[in-house]
Design a protein around this ligand. Structure first.
Ligand SMILES: [Zn+2]
Ligand SMILES: [Zn+2]
Length: 374
């Protein structure tokens, strides 16, 4: 459907150009934009609020007697207009800086957005030299010191405060000790013996922070790992695990609709990350105990020397295996208390943590114990 992108009697080549003109006309009130302090005029309102006010005042959503509403004619929503306002705002910030949720801020105020881009290219080149990359993007600094990205979203509070998603960046210096080794061990366990170049999952370095990146196997039908969304995990010393989901590599680090994803604390852990979570935080004491199982009626029993036994018949066994220093599945286990045989990994078909004696078939559970940590 051919659409005329017309606004205030002027015709625009694209919808984006027209939205831009509406945003500019509303914010400047018809004055020359070069003489207007855009940051100050927008300081007290969000992009959404400004868009809503503009639509109401200019009746952009109201049809007239002989024409449909302007928003309908030119096919845009309040969100589209808010985005255009955000972009205008970002460009007309008083100063610019470079910021990435992991890499942090460059610490400089740049006079123009071009200067910021030069700074980012230099940072990126420096990171690549050390095997990583930089996640910094150019941000405007608004009148109150907030950083606004190119989508008009606030990405950081004044003086680096106030926005929860900054935590991984702030904690960068005190990145959980040994986390890199643990992330590497998780990776090795996910894809044992695979050449790094063939791996579906990988460790990436964003600045100096090691991040575990898992590709979502279940997304899309293209088997190429570069076509899959990337789940990134990192940890901070306070014990929080952080996650964010990036689009496939070929799309870069920003989603088309929502922009660069922020790091969020992980509230719900599953699979290998749940298993690894304690490791990312501190070295726990590892314990091996008899594995309690349940029959159909919910009664507990143990498997001792290959036979199922009532709880009353089996003395409970609990052995300390020492503190975990690497990955806990790598810690040598004590011999089986029932026969002296070797106890080995047996999680296939059993719950995570299950270990089985190769000699007699006794079942044990191995768990990291945080209470017992030295
Ligand atoms: Zn910079
Ligand atoms: Zn045994």
């Amino acid at each position: 459907m051919p659409t005329n992108y017309q606004f205030q009697s002027l015709l625009y080549r694209t919808r984006t150009d027209m939205l831009r003109a509406i945003a500019e006309a509303w914010i400047t009130g018809g004055e020359d934009i070069a003489t207007v302090d855009v940051a100050a005029r927008c300081a007290d309102q969000s992009n959404d609020e400004i868009a809503a006010e503009c639509i109401r005042a200019w009746a952009l959503d109201e049809p007239t007697l002989d024409e449909p509403a302007h928003m309908e004619q030119c096919d845009y929503s309040a969100e589209d207009l808010a985005e255009a306002i955000g972009e205008l705002r970002a460009e007309h910030a008083r100063a610019f800086t470079c910021y990435g949720p992991v890499r942090g801020q460059c610490g400089q105020r740049h006079a123009t957005i071009e200067d910021a881009r030069v700074c980012i290219r230099a940072d990126h080149a420096g990171c690549i030299e050390q095997g990583g990359y930089s996640d910094r993007v150019a941000c405007g600094i608004d009148a109150d010191g907030y950083l606004i990205d190119a989508n008009g979203d606030f990405v950081r509070g004044p003086d680096g405060a106030g926005i929860e998603a900054d935590k991984p960046a702030q904690a960068q210096a005190e990145h959980a000790p040994g986390a890199a080794a643990i992330l590497a061990a998780i990776l090795e366990r996910l894809e044992p013996g695979t050449l790094p170049s063939r791996r579906y999952n990988r460790l990436v370095r964003i600045g100096t922070v090691e991040v575990l990146e898992l590709r979502d196997h279940n997304s899309g039908s293209d088997p190429d790992p570069d076509s899959k969304p990337r789940h990134q995990f990192t940890a901070t010393t306070d014990g929080t695990i952080w996650c964010r989901v990036l689009p496939p590599v070929t799309f870069g680090d920003s989603w088309a609709d929502t922009g660069a994803p922020r790091w969020e604390p992980v509230a719900y852990l599953d699979g290998i990350i749940a298993e690894a979570a304690p490791l990312l935080q501190r070295a726990p004491l590892l314990r091996m105990r008899r594995q309690a199982m349940q029959d159909g009626q919910g009664c507990e029993f143990y498997r001792v020397q290959g036979e199922d036994m009532d709880v009353g018949d089996a003395a409970r066994v609990e052995l300390a295996c020492g503190p975990v220093t690497g990955a806990w599945w790598e810690v040598p286990l004590p011999p089986c208390p029932d026969c002296g045989g070797a106890v080995a990994w047996a999680e296939a078909g059993f719950v995570p943590g299950t270990r089985e004696c190769q000699g007699c078939g006794s079942l044990f559970t191995v768990l990291p114990d945080h209470e017992g940590k030295a």
